[in-house]
Design a protein around this ligand. Structure first.
Ligand SMILES: Cc1ncc(COP(=O)(O)O)c(C=O)c1O
Length: 463
């Protein structure tokens, strides 16, 4: 007879012996082996549903096995699944046009779209674009707490030294600038005041040549671009004050520095707008996207850049060519996803669901002293877990226990077994970063709050 437990042990032993761990996160000691998924749920081999509140780091915004998008994959598979990137196919062209036309309406600038596979690879492409446009300048600004991927170039502009430590430097690392993370900012300051302070500290770098970034005699900065996540993702879903980016952009404009917006995690309506930068009223020079572009069905990523930077004369054919760039399976499903986004009022939907979810986590905060901070923009929400004594000192151990219990799949909802899939981020790895399906139902939001409540109670009891 087939023994599912023995089969799982066999797979784990093989993984232990033959799989590199370098291409995974292995955040928990014994990651579950899932066997199915649907909508907001993953299923284990016993059929236990796990409510997923992270959706593959926000790559599956439109729900698991989304019928419309899965059908697009099947259609593409049956028509034109493969074509070398030296030739053209309709899906790629229409997809690029749709994104560029949308960007032109929103940012008032003409531009072009460039594809790759994976977020970090698109970041690499953006670095080439920026360097090329600025005459080879290789220095960048980026934020403390920022995350842009783990390829060589991307990890140089990602704040954590952990991702560089073993490998040395392959190019200059970014200069990391303070992000207005209000909960952990100076006391007695409003969110807006703290945003203004961060902008002022950044602007101070340009006051005199002795601050190391600016030559006033020729009016030139040593730095080419500032890489930003409008809402920090891996950094813990940190939402800056709404006046922050206008202030920052003015400093950049005054000193000829480009703004590169990384929408890889927060794009595609995660925050209630197609691009999260739209909340802040500034225009990017380059915008990078990935993850939910194909609802996680194909690792397609890309970037939009304004015309002057990316004309074929300036950034010629072959600049970053790779075999699978703009592959038809990816562009086929991304085109369908873009059409779905154009036809559906995700803006109102995400706003309403996000407001309900935020109410729920505020209620949790009123019940559990371990919750130091909650916040949310659309369906990008955060719960910062702290020591109960002061509701401030980060408590990673507490949140790790929550993750383990959620993944053990023995919570209960309305008399049925449940698991909960959570992801942890934040500067102190103590923030539950919530990125549920944008299609999550009201009932599922109630379930999420109830299961989170159970987790807080259980871990607090364990002591
Ligand atoms: C903001 C941001 N940029 C870049 C990346 C890297 O993307 P990928 O993991 O597809 O290389 C990520 C991934 O989490 C991200 O969240």
């Amino acid at each position: 007879m087939f023994d599912a437990e023995l089969e799982e042990d066999r797979l784990r032993a093989l993984e232990n012996e033959y799989c590199s761990f370098g291409d995974t996160v292995h955040y928990v000691d014994r990651p579950p082996i899932f066997t199915g998924c649907d909508g907001s749920y993953m299923f284990d081999r016993d059929g236990t549903p796990y409510l997923d509140l992270q959706m593959w780091y926000s790559a599956v915004n439109f729900g698991y096995r989304n019928e419309r998008l899965n059908n697009a994959v099947k259609r593409q598979l049956d028509t034109l699944p493969q074509v070398a990137s030296q030739y053209l196919h309709r899906e790629k062209i229409e997809l690029a046009a749709m994104i560029a036309q949308d960007a032109e309406r929103k940012f008032g600038r003409k531009g072009r779209v460039h594809f790759n596979v994976g977020g970090a690879q698109a970041i690499e492409d953006s670095l080439k674009l920026v360097r090329n446009h600025t005459g080879g300048k290789s220095l960048m600004f980026a934020f403390e707490g920022g995350y842009h991927g783990r390829t060589l170039g991307a990890s140089a502009i990602t704040s954590s030294y952990r991702y560089r430590r073993r490998y040395g430097h392959f190019g200059e690392r970014a200069q990391f600038i303070e992000f207005p993370y209000h909960f952990r900012g100076p006391k007695g300051m409003s969110k807006e005041e703290y945003g203004e302070l961060c902008v002022a500290k950044f602007a101070r770098l340009f006051e005199t040549e002795y601050n190391g970034v600016w030559d006033p005699k020729v009016g030139q900065a040593e730095y080419a671009a500032f890489y930003v996540e409008p809402i920090q993702g891996t950094g813990g879903y940190v939402i800056p004050p709404m006046n922050f980016f206008t202030g920052l952009k003015k400093v950049l404009d005054d000193h000829g520095i480009l703004l590169v917006v990384d929408e890889i995690q927060m794009g595609f309506f995660r925050t209630g707008k197609m691009w999260s930068i739209e909340h802040f009223g500034v225009q990017p020079d380059v915008l990078v996207f990935g993850k939910a572009f194909t609802n996680g069905l194909n690792p397609l990523s890309g970037l939009w850049a304004r015309e002057e930077m990316i004309t074929p004369q300036k950034f010629p054919a072959g600049s970053t060519h790779s075999t699978f760039n703009s592959n038809p399976m990816g562009t086929g499903v991304a085109l369908e996803a873009m059409r779905m986004m154009a036809e559906t009022d995700y803006e109102s939907m995400v706003k309403a669901k996000g407001a309900k979810f935020l109410d729920g986590i505020r209620w949790l905060q009123s019940r559990h002293k371990q919750i130091g901070d909650v916040d949310g923009l659309g369906l990008a929400l955060r719960i910062e877990v702290c020591k109960a004594e002061d509701s401030f000192t980060p408590d990673k151990a507490f949140v790790d226990k929550m993750v383990d219990i959620g993944l053990a799949g023995d919570l209960e909802y309305k008399g049925q077994k449940r698991g909960l899939v959570l992801d942890i981020g934040g500067y102190y790895k103590n923030v539950i970063t919530l990125a549920p399906s944008l299609h999550i139902s009201e009932g599922e939001i109630d379930e999420a709050i109830e299961l989170l409540d159970q987790l807080f109670v259980r871990v607090a009891k364990q002591g």
